[in-house]
Unconditional design. Structure first.
Length: 268
């Protein structure tokens, strides 16, 4: 004879099973919501970072365009301003290179801010020094022109005309030194040429901050090379070649304007 199950004894086990299933469902729901929240926060942080980078790039582009036009057309005419700008550029560049080369293995906290403020501080000191000691400032003008001419030459090939990192450093050091020394003996001519080259380079760099042809990446690639903090890769393409050809034309125009037109006005 089959025994009838007793409801009183089965109910506790049934309720316990329901509690376990319900707990699992609640845990899964809470975990899912937490993961989605973390993912959403990560996406939002990424978008905010991207907006910040875009804004910084736009400001950088605008500044370099204005500076480029000034140096290209008025570099030798407004001598003191040119001394400050070129002194600022050279020492800010040196500061940036030193900061990136002596960066801790884990990187700086707030890396972009440290590199920016550190480079700006070096630039201001260098610009003021160039103003106070104008002969040193003149040498820095020649150094700026020589350095940017070297960067221009390297940019004609993917990863640089000179492939090795050490070769790039040696080449840039030599051409920078030649520019700094040559301007001492050919001040009148090289002041116009150096500022025209610097202005043309600055102008096309600023344009590329908006056009995004890939030319801007050559600066980081040639100066520091790819590492765990910098993934910039420079690749030559038709748009970059167009910018480089434009730089040649701009530098020639700027030199002619500064040597001919402004000289004629001064003589009159």
């Amino acid at each position: 004879m089959t025994k009838m199950s007793q409801p009183g004894r089965d109910m506790p086990s049934l309720k316990a099973g329901q509690v376990e299933v319900t707990s699992l469902l609640v845990f899964a729901l809470v975990t899912s919501n937490w993961v989605q929240g973390v993912q959403a926060q990560g996406v939002e942080d990424g978008l905010n970072k991207a907006r910040e980078i875009i804004a910084q790039t736009a400001v950088l582009g605008a500044i370099t365009i204005v500076v480029g036009v000034f140096l290209l057309l008025f570099g030798s005419r407004f001598f003191k301003a040119t001394l400050f700008v070129c002194g600022f550029f050279v020492t800010a560049l040196v500061g940036y290179i030193l900061l990136t080369n002596f960066e801790p293995d884990g990187g700086f906290s707030n890396r972009e801010t440290v590199l920016l403020l550190g480079s700006l501080a070096c630039g201001v000191v260098g610009g003021l020094l160039a103003l106070c000691l104008w002969r040193i400032g003149l040498i820095l003008v020649g150094c700026a022109g020589g350095f940017l001419l070297g960067m221009f030459i390297l940019s004609w090939k993917t990863d640089g005309v000179i492939s090795s990192g050490q070769g790039k450093v040696i080449f840039l050091a030599i051409i920078t030194a030649v520019g700094g020394l040559a301007i001492i003996f050919l001040e009148k001519w090289l002041l116009a040429v150096a500022t025209s080259i610097a202005g043309a380079y600055s102008l096309i760099f600023g344009i590329d901050c908006f056009a995004l042809t890939g030319f801007r990446e050559s600066v980081e690639n040639f100066l520091t090379g790819p590492d765990k903090f910098n993934y910039a890769v420079f690749e030559q393409n038709s748009k970059v070649i167009a910018l480089l050809c434009s730089m040649i034309a701009l530098a020639i125009i700027g030199t002619v304007i500064q040597l001919r037109i402004f000289k004629r006005k001064k003589d009159d």
